[in-house]
Structures are given as structure tokens and as C-alpha cells.
Design a protein around this ligand. Sequence first.
Ligand code: GDP
Length: 366
Amino acid sequence: MEREVWCEGCGVELQTEDPKRPGYVPPAALERENAICRRCFRIRHYNEVAKVEHDPDEYLSMLREIGDREALVVQVVDLFDFAGSWIPGIQRHIGGNPILILGNKLDLFPKSAKVGRLKEWVYRTAKELGVKPADVVLTSAVKGHRMDEVAEAIERCRRGRDVYVVGTANAGKSTLINRLLKEFGGGEEMITTSPYPGTTLDTIHIPLEDGREIIDMPGIVRKDRISEWVEPDELADVTPKDEIKPKVYQLNDGQTLFFGGLVRMDHVEGERQPFVCYMANSLYIHRTKLEKAEEIWQKHRGELLSPPKDPSSLPPLTRHSFHLKGKQKEDLVISGLGWIAAGKERSRVDLWVPEGITVEIRPSIL
Ligand code: GDP
């Protein structure tokens, strides 16, 4: 580039070489008067906020910077993948600042799900993870559900402070911010000025009318959930898009379920009972006898049992044994895939998941 030109939107120096660096503008757009960088262009014209991911160490040091300020932290979590979308140790990193939790993707839950009960579960789980939330709002960014409640909670909890929005990649943070911008960006509401991005690659600053700002942090990637390992063209079979239609299997002991070629569940011992699977509707589930499971796995993985089409793209399976106590219904949760709600019988269940993927057991949430 021969001359130095600055973005009219955010003041960053414009450049035409590297789309990943701040200030990028396509060469043709640079010829225009009042040129703006691509990021400003997208925000102005599409209300679209760019997403940048980060390596964990850098991400944590960014979080620690929040700890040096007085701010409200808004943590966006994916209700469908709560454990997998939680930022580990968040309270420790951000100091004494309050956290407002936005539980996103409520639209994936069956209509019969009780919002009050889900909210209580979010509170309880957050507490177990070391956070006493300033408030919890359940929402669906894609559908625009309860956006008034979200905006009201942010305004109430921030008490004149800046707002940092954090979340793991895919929790729906960008969708949520874009939705807020669309609904409140132009009017007299919470966000009054058109949003201009900051000049760093990491964060986007959206001014608020009292001189404070909303700071949109990049998402952090967690590799301990299955969805991160699936090839992009197979992700649709793993990531639910619409309301989940739970699939019920009555299993005797000695029976096995395969979830595509990703996970295997053996009902090893115990009474016949229902196993209700909450996963993407399009995920193929195959029932067989435990004694034949290994053979079927070896023979059909990558074909009948897929995704993945290429089994070598995932780490080898490891076994996690669970003893269901039979006192209450319990969920066996596989990060990035969903969960299986077992009935109320005492049982031993083995879950075979790719090494490094988080699994856990919790009292049933539905
Ligand atoms: P980010 O990485 O946290 O910024 O997440 P994105 O906003 O890019 O969203 C990740 C994926 O989740 C996209 O496929 C979105 O369409 C989807 N998504 C976001 N919000 C919702 C929601 O409320 N419901 C559902 N079903 N999907 C959502």
C-alpha cells in the first residue's frame, strides 16, 4: 500500500495484505472515500461481530486483566453443553467481579422442559463450579427469546460499570451480541451508538450511552468436547439445530448403544430400564448386544456407524464406568454430544468415549 489511510470507523491503519490482521480492507474498497476496515463494514452493514479464537494461556491472561478492573462479566454458556461450555476457574481469573450467566440455546430443549427448574440447575451447577451468579437468564439467541430480560439483567447488574462478555467458542456469544445490537443498537435502549470495533484483534468494544462499554471477548476453544473433533462437514450430525426429540431405549443388561461411531454405551449390569438420549436428532443410534459390540464396532465404524467417516480423526476410546444408585434419575453427559438420562434402577453402565473427552454424571435435569 502506498499511502497510509485510516479507518473512518475505528481509526486503525488500513491494510490490504492480511485479512486476519486488524484494518484489513479489500483493495477495491480502499479506493472509496471514507474507507472503513472490513470489520467495521460488517458491523455497520450486517450488525455482524467477528469471532476470533485464542490459545488457552493467552486467553486466561486476558481474563485476568478483567480482574484488575471494576466490571460486570457476562458469561454465555450453552445449556445443551453446560460443562463443555463453562470457562474453567472463571471466578478465580476475574477477581471479585460479579458474573451474570446467560444460559443460551433454550430452544433446543423439549417444550415440556420447565424453565424454573433449569434455572435452578444452572445456579446450583455454577455454585459447584465456584461462581455465585449475580443473576441467571435463560435465552435463545437464535430465536431472539427473552432479549428484553437479557438487556434488563445486564443493565441492572452492571450498575454503571463496563461489561465483558465471555464464553467458550460456540456457546453462541456472537449470535447473542448481534441479536442485542439488532434489537437495541439503533434506539434509545441500552446500546445507543453504532458499534465500532476496538483496534486490537482480540476484543470488540461497543460503546454504551453512559460512556461505558460492552467488551466482546474472543471465545476460548475447549478440546475436551466431541464437537471440536468432528470434521466440519459432519458437524451437522452432532450439533443440534432444532428442538431435541429425545429417543428412548429400554435396555436389558448386556445391551449396547452406539452413537454414530463416536461413543458406545454398555448397560453392563442391572434391571431393564429406559435410557433417554438427548442428542442431535440426526445422529444415528444403533442398538446391539454387548457380546457382539466389539465386532460390530470394528466392522462398521466409519460406515454404518458414523460420523466420523474417518475413524482415525478421533483419539482412541477409553472406558468410564458409572454406578447408577437407583435413587433418582441420572444423566450421563458427554461433552459436545449431549446426554443419556437413565431410569431409576441400580445399574452399571460403561461409557466409551474418545480419550480426553469429558464425561460426567448428574441428577437428571429434565
Ligand atoms: P460463539 O463462538 O460463542 O460466538 O458462537 P456463535 O454465535 O458463532 O454460535 C455457534 C453456533 O451455535 C452457531 O451455529 C449458532 O447458529 C448456534 N447458536 C447460537 N445461539 C443459538 C441458540 O440460541 N440456539 C441454537 N439452537 N443455536 C444457537
